[in-house]
Design a protein around this ligand. Structure first.
Ligand code: TRP
Ligand code: SF4
Length: 404
């Protein structure tokens, strides 16, 4: 799809952690699968990001990358509907990261909440590195290099998108200024055609004089959907709406993913580091076995003891998987000791096993055919690179680095 097509661009990345589990699925992947049919989506393996904390031992990185891609395909990401690629195969991410690093105040990075948090959580590793501090800026480059409109992420990543917006604004402020900006805007307006130019002017006026955000949105859409404008004119007309100059890098917005609480088998949050996961491609019998022994309300010791669904991790799974009727059946009978825990788990086990079966079956084709997976990724990397290259050309030109 053309970069200025009407369908907004969505981008998100995931660190390669190897085989994914239900926590990863409900936390992000399931949402990506839905989004691919609504937007122009780019999803990538954030392998450089993995190095920011895992630089010492890289021996499993390659395997983790491919296993994760197979899980994505198994979960239903469709290479015909979205673009799948690997970060390190698009070196423009690194070039933009470097250029942005020149103008990003250190304080912005030190202030990002994950910086200190993660250093404390991963105390066994030495994270007093340049790369780890720069992690959010690398993420900014990931986002900005595709002129991304929406970034689907969970709560924990909001600060990273926020800093991305600040970096874009700063870049546009520094390099979007042109001495003859207003004249160039006038010329660009002629390209719009008389009717659209009039509409643009009245929307801009409504925004600037009355602060009407809706008019600003409409004006953006008017420009973004226009296929006749060259990129630089499009940037000028977008920039003129706020009156700052050209918009070379687009400020992205968070598309907040509703992330349900996915409990692990021991009742803590499902996480690879706790060893309490259910893998997306695990053997169904093994999945059923694990669920049968999963932690329940610790107060429910005997079958005759009533339980409290709100204190039971199994019930959190009911919240994700079960119909309201089943949920009520489970909660009601838990409180009155009307059913045993195994009975309560039965419908859940059926649902989860069925879901995992589907993923496993879809993944099998890719497991059996690594070349197919590599082909999908190669194609995705090429497509991503075309977009990233175009942005870098704009960026270099704006910064005065066009000489070759
Ligand atoms: N930082 C994200 C995470 O840990 C992964 C990521 C890297 C990302 N680059 C991105 C997400 C760009 C969205 C957009 O989950
Ligand atoms: Fe949990 Fe269900 Fe047992 Fe209640 S009956 S403690 S909700 S598993």
């Amino acid at each position: 799809m053309a970069p200025n097509s009407q369908n907004p661009r969505v981008l998100s990345g995931m660190r390669p952690t190897g085989q994914l589990h239900l926590g990863n699925y409900h936390g992000a992947l399931r949402n990506w699968v839905d989004l691919q049919y609504q937007y122009e989506c780019y999803f990538f393996v954030a392998d450089w990001h993995a190095l920011t904390t895992g630089y010492e031992d890289t021996s499993s990185l390659e395997d983790h990358v491919w296993q994760m891609v197979i899980d994505w395909l198994g979960a239903g990401l469709n290479p015909g509907a979205c673009t799948l690629f690997i970060q390190s195969r698009v070196p423009e991410h690194a070039e933009l990261h470097l250029l942005l690093s020149m103008m990003t105040p250190l304080g912005w990075l030190e202030r990002v909440p994950t910086y200190k948090d993660q250093q404390e959580q991963l105390r066994e590793r030495d994270l007093a590195t340049y790369g780890f501090l720069g992690y959010p800026l690398l993420q900014s480059a990931d986002i900005l290099v595709y002129q991304t409109k929406y970034v689907p992420v969970g709560e924990d990543q909001i600060a990273h998108v926020e800093i991305t917006r600040e970096v874009a604004r700063r870049f546009n402020h520094l390099y979007g200024r042109e001495p003859d900006f207003e004249q160039k805007v006038e010329r660009a307006l002629k390209q719009l055609g008389a009717r659209n130019a009039t509409l643009y002017k009245s929307l801009r006026k409504a925004y600037q004089e009355q602060g009407d955000a809706d008019s600003l949105k409409q004006a953006h859409a008017l420009i973004e959907s226009n296929n006749h404008l060259v990129l630089a004119d499009r940037e000028r007309l977008l920039g003129f709406l706020d009156g700052t100059g050209r918009v070379i890098l687009v400020e992205p917005e968070v598309l907040l993913t509703q992330t349900p609480k996915v409990p692990g088998l021991d009742g803590r949050k499902m996480s690879k580091s706790y060893g309490n996961t259910i893998g997306l491609r695990e053997d169904p019998d093994e999945v059923a076995r694990k669920l049968k022994t999963m932690q329940t309300d610790p107060a429910r010791v005997r079958r005759t003891d009533p339980g409290d669904p709100d204190k039971c991790p199994v019930f959190d799974l009911h919240r994700i998987y079960s119909t309201p009727e089943t949920r009520e059946w489970a909660a009601g009978n838990c409180r009155t000791a009307g059913i045993g825990c195994l009975e309560c788990k039965k419908p859940l086990i059926d649902e989860i096993v069925a879901e995992i079966r589907t993923i496993r079956e879809r993944a099998r084709e890719y497991e059996d055919n690594p070349e197919l997976v590599r082909g999908i990724i190669s194609e995705g990397c090429d497509k991503a690179r075309d977009v990233a290259r175009a942005t870098l050309e704009e960026v270099r030109a704006a910064m005065g680095l066009e000489y070759r």
